[in-house]
Write a protein that binds this ligand. Structure first.
Ligand code: G4P
Length: 535
């Protein structure tokens, strides 16, 4: 590789930040995303992303699903620039469209922003997504949102986060309240107070901020005696009793830098974005079967983390989302699909910005490109310019909902199998069987993380494969893959009317009736190992 390209690669890597937002519905992810795009100059007036909010109240009405899929294609990755950084914000489907894609997107990100509602702290969905990040030791930054309205005491909120998630917190910014009004934040790294003024556009344009040194009579006068005294007291407490900043601990995912703000009014968004981009990791080295691959390795590698079907069912082509891990990508590059050894030319790749798709000529590690696929690529596939490295670690996540597929026309079994096979390769849902040998047995089951996946499956089976089915939901919100002696697995799996299912690779999974049943089995059945992702 010529030196100038190597230098460009190095520069591109060090200035790239690829992250995802993890949150519970309604914490303000859409609003924050919109504001980040606003600050990044990618949109000029907030509101462009907002129309998505109307669509998030998805019903099982197909038109809505169709629209939603279209929208999620074009907004899967949002790219913008800020302060010299090239930022990739990966969208994590969140409401009814919550699915395995949400988890898989986290594997493609180098860091995560955990968005919390200041009244609610850690909620169920946040916890689930946090666990995925924690397992992968993804650096996690926290944004406490909605500070414009009275919430939980900030110190109490952070100690709850620490106790709940087992992660240490280090506030980088700290909120300043005047009575109940949120007036600014103190930036501990810059030792500066940012006082905000309301814009005239109700948050549609950037917040007006004044930056002031902490220790000055002027600052004290502007902040007000009481809030100022409170701030000094808080800072003293944080310095004396809080976790000190430790960059290595942040990189290991053990310490979360915390920011306070309001996505709605933009207060605190700019200090967050600036500090976050500075502290967040650039594209990280990734483990592969042939060793660690550095992003600055000149040879292109990437992996498929998401496959999106074409909105038009008459065209079977799909878009595979590839996260670039190393090297420079240029349109038309020929790579090997390592799993099959086949050569693939990556022509007509696309990048995504808010609602627009654009052709991409060149891309770098950390970027995501969309490539047209005629049904050959699978989730987890590695694409490599040279050699045959395979990236490890897109786990299969346990579904939360299971349903038996009942064919309305029993003669259509072949079409059903073909449809299920293709749809599961795309990662639209997972297929299970009631016996390890009966892969074409009478009652396949499908498992999904989000309920909307079921509706999508039914619709697509009917319209793309001509198979009409109905689903019979089965109970079991606590699935675990199991390994160990067969008789012990059978015993646990048949107790209390539980179900044992077998995945498409024949690996058994037990559906527990409740968390008690699971805990009881965990304690008693020591010869069986319980896994929360596919072994
Ligand atoms: P989500 O994508 O995480 O589900 O959240 P979204 O941004 O859609 O926000 C959920 C609700 O919370 C919205 O109110 C939004 O306006 C509000 N919100 C977001 N950020 C803030 C904030 O910083 N402060 C306050 N006070 N509210 C915030 P909504 O009433 O459901 O919708 P809308 O009528 O405002 O559009």
């Amino acid at each position: 590789m010529p030196t100038e390209v190597a230098l460009e690669l190095e520069r591109a890597v060090s200035h790239r930040r690829t992250f995802a937002i993890i949150s519970h519905p309604d914490a303000g992810k859409t609003t924050l995303t919109e504001k980040l795009l606003l600050y990044g100059g990618a949109i000029h007036l907030a509101g462009a992303v907002k129309s998505r909010r109307a669509e998030r109240h998805a019903t099982s009405d197909w038109m809505k699903l169709e629209q939603e899929r279209g929208i999620s294609v074009t907004s899967s990755v949002m790219q913008f620039e800020y302060d010299g950084f090239a930022v990739n914000l990966l969208d994590t489907p969140g409401h009814e469209d919550f699915s395995e894609d949400t988890y898989r997107t986290l594997v493609a990100a180098d860091s995560a922003v955990m968005l919390l509602d200041n009244r609610k702290g850690v909620e169920e969905r946040t916890r689930q997504l946090f666990e995925v990040c924690k397992k992968r030791r993804t650096p996690i930054f926290t944004f406490v949102n909605k500070c414009d309205r009275v919430g939980e005491d900030s110190l109490k909120l952070l100690s709850d986060v620490e106790a709940d998630l087992g992660i240490d917190c280090h506030p980088i910014t700290w909120p300043i309240f005047h009575g109940n009004a949120f007036v600014g934040v103190y930036d501990r790294r810059l030792d500066q107070v940012h006082l905000f003024g309301k814009d005239e556009h109700h948050g549609a344009t950037r917040a007006i901020a004044q930056r002031l040194p902490l220790h000055s009579a002027d600052t004290r006068a502007r902040v007000g005696d009481e809030p100022y005294a409170q701030l000094l007291h808080d800072i003293e407490l944080l310095d004396a009793a809080g976790h000190p900043f430790d960059r290595d601990a942040v990189m290991r995912g053990e310490l979360s830098p915390v920011f306070f703000g309001s996505a709605l009014t933009n207060f605190g968004v700019e200090p967050f974005l600036r500090e976050f981009l500075e502290l967040a990791p650039p594209p990280l080295p990734r483990e592969s079967t042939t060793g660690i691959i550095e992003p600055t390795n000149p040879s292109f590698t990437g992996f498929v983390f998401k496959i999106q079907a074409n909105m038009d069912p008459r065209h079977r082509d799909r878009i595979a989302f590839v996260r670039i891990c190393s090297g420079r990508f240029v349109a038309g590059l020929e790579v090997t699909q390592v799993r099959t050894g086949k050569k693939v030319r990556l022509s007509a790749p696309q990048q995504f910005m808010a609602r627009e798709r654009t052709a991409v000529e060149e891309a770098w590690p950390g970027d995501v490109i969309g490539v047209i696929d005629r049904g050959n690529l699978r989730i987890g596939d590695t694409l490599a310019e040279d050699g045959n490295p395979e990236f490890t670690g897109i786990p299969r996540f346990p579904p939360e909902h299971f349903a038996r597929v009942v064919l309305i026309d029993p003669m259509k079994r072949k079409q059903l199998d073909a449809g299920l096979r293709q749809l599961t390769e795309e990662g639209a849902a997972q297929v299970f069987f009631t016996s390890p040998t009966e892969v074409s047995g009478p009652t396949p089951l499908i498992g999904a993380v989000g309920m909307l996946q079921f509706d999508v499956m039914l619709h697509r089976l009917e319209h793309e494969y001509g198979v009409r089915c109905r689903l019979e939901k089965i109970a079991g919100r606590y699935p675990r893959w199991v390994t160990g002696p067969k008789d012990a697995i059978e015993r646990v799996g048949r107790e209390r009317g539980r179900n044992i299912l077998y995945d498409a690779f024949g690996a058994p999974l037990i559906l527990f009736e409740d968390s008690w049943g699971l805990r009881w089995a965990l304690e008693r059945e020591t010869s069986v190992k319980f896994h929360d992702s596919a072994p």
